[in-house]
Design a protein around this ligand. Structure first.
Ligand SMILES: *Cc1c(COP(=O)(O)O)cnc(C)c1O
Length: 443
């Protein structure tokens, strides 16, 4: 038995893989391959036989600067010899302080208070709890409800599912969930004849306004994924929606939570996606790319106004929430090394050129007779494939792997979210192989 086969056999016996019907890995026909990974370098993943895969989705949107990045590796080695982890209640350490200061500076010091957890879903939970509790502390005890957008995704823990509108993830657990109100998504693909993306954004904002006119007294916060609703199929929308949502939330005393777990850290062309609307949220959730894709780390950043609602002599008025690994020193150090790369390599500027190249590579695919809605913002590009084959995404995924690229469609949407260290040649390779896989999957 090869080392690949041995690992696969043991994994199927002992590991319950996420977001997976395990039986699909086990059956021989129409099966989904489980892929063994021995090592990674840059945009490439390698198995034990030296087979390679170009990581076109940044390992579930987390990796920014490639696998085994020498600079992040060096920072982590140094940190390992200083401090791996310490309790953050009553204690503090250099990486967590420095990271909080640097992130606050990136928001123009408008979000000067950082609260730490490990996963994105925990950041969502924290933002919801903090918003609710801050209104309680301010005497507005009826503000207990939340609003999210149609097709939103904010994580899969029970609280986060309340603001997640993806049936596949939510329906099985419906009885456990206290659902949020759902208002229209500004998804630009919903444009009617003659409408622009801005028109769609205004129409959706009108629905939000109508909802809050009715429900503002009981609403604590609106939560949005700025510019791109990633998990429901890379639905992109105009920044106008964020501008209007900010105004509407201000008018009705409702918090605006920006979940930038996926779209933050330069993915959309600015360090934070909400910056493209010239607004600031009351809460900003970060995770995924913030540690360079190295370690679980999530952060909720908030304003002086929210922070001061908890600042009191009474313990119960404090934000009494914690996770064991909150503010983990290694994870924070990986994040600092990641921020260093942004500065040293002028990543936001460099990515502008790279995003232009990705667009150029994709242009021919946009003319494919089965392709619709080719769209891109920064380093995220996507298109929809016409057809009603329920197995399309699985077929495409398998074909792509056979052609050395890791791309994982969401339904009929094929998307590209590569690490920022991808070269022009690798980018062309990725798109070229995607085209081949597309024709194979449609054949
Ligand atoms: C991935 C994601 C989450 C959840 O993060 P996890 O680390 O997977 O819990 C929440 N919100 C958005 C927008 C995401 O893309």
């Amino acid at each position: 038995m090869t080392r690949n086969d041995d690992l696969l056999r043991r994994s199927l016996a002992a590991v319950w893989h996420p977001c997976t019907q395990m039986k699909q890995h086990a059956t021989a026909t129409e099966s989904l391959p489980l892929v063994p990974v021995a090592s990674g370098k840059g945009v490439w993943l390698y198995d034990f036989d030296g087979r390679r895969y170009l990581d076109g989705i940044s390992s579930w949107w987390v990796n920014l600067f490639g696998h085994a990045n020498p600079r992040i590796n060096a920072a982590l080695r140094e940190q390992l010899d200083e401090l791996e982890h310490v309790i953050l209640a009553g204690f503090t350490h250099r990486p967590v302080v420095e990271l909080s200061e640097r992130l606050a500076a990136l928001t123009g010091d408008r979000l000067g208070h950082c609260f730490y957890a490990s996963d994105g879903a925990s950041a969502t939970e924290i933002a919801l709890k903090m918003s609710f509790h801050s209104w309680q502390n301010r005497g507005l005890s009826d503000k207990q409800d939340f609003v999210c957008l149609a097709n939103s995704y904010h994580g899969e823990t029970v609280g986060a599912l309340a603001v997640t509108d993806v049936a596949l993830f939510r329906d099985a657990y419906a009885p456990l969930i206290r659902p949020a109100a759902i208002v229209a998504s500004p998804d630009a693909r919903q444009a009617r004849d003659g409408e622009t993306a801005v028109d769609v954004a205004r129409r959706a904002a009108g629905e939000l306004e109508a909802h809050l006119e009715q429900c503002h007294r009981t609403t604590a916060a609106l939560i949005v994924e700025p510019l791109i609703q990633c998990a429901s199929g890379m639905a992109m929308y105009d920044p106008e929606y964020l501008r209007l949502a900010r105004q509407i939330c201000d008018r009705f005393d409702v918090h605006l939570i920006c979940d930038e777990i996926a779209v933050g850290c330069g993915r959309t062309g600015t360090f934070f996606a909400h910056q493209q609307a010239g607004i600031a949220p009351d809460f900003l959730c970060l995770s995924k790319g913030i540690s360079g894709g190295y370690l679980p780390l999530s952060i909720v950043m908030t304003t002086d106004a929210v922070y001061s609602a908890f600042y009191d002599d009474a313990t119960a008025r404090g934000f009494l929430h914690s996770h064991s690994y909150t503010g983990n020193a290694l994870a924070c150090r990986a994040a600092l090394a990641t921020l260093d790369i942004f500065v040293n390599d002028a990543v936001i500027e460099t990515n502008r050129r790279l995003a232009g190249w990705l667009a150029e590579c994709l242009r021919p695919l946009g003319r494919h007779p089965r392709v619709r809605h080719l769209r891109q913002r920064g380093m995220i590009a996507a298109f929809d494939v016409l057809g009603d084959d329920p197995h399309f995404s699985r077929r495409f995924y398998r074909s792509a792997l056979a052609h050395e690229v890791l791309l994982r469609p969401i339904g009929n949407t094929i998307y590209f979210m590569p690490p920022y260290v991808i070269s022009e040649d690798e980018c062309a390779f990725l798109v070229d192989r995607a085209g081949i896989a597309l024709d194979e999957a449609l054949a």
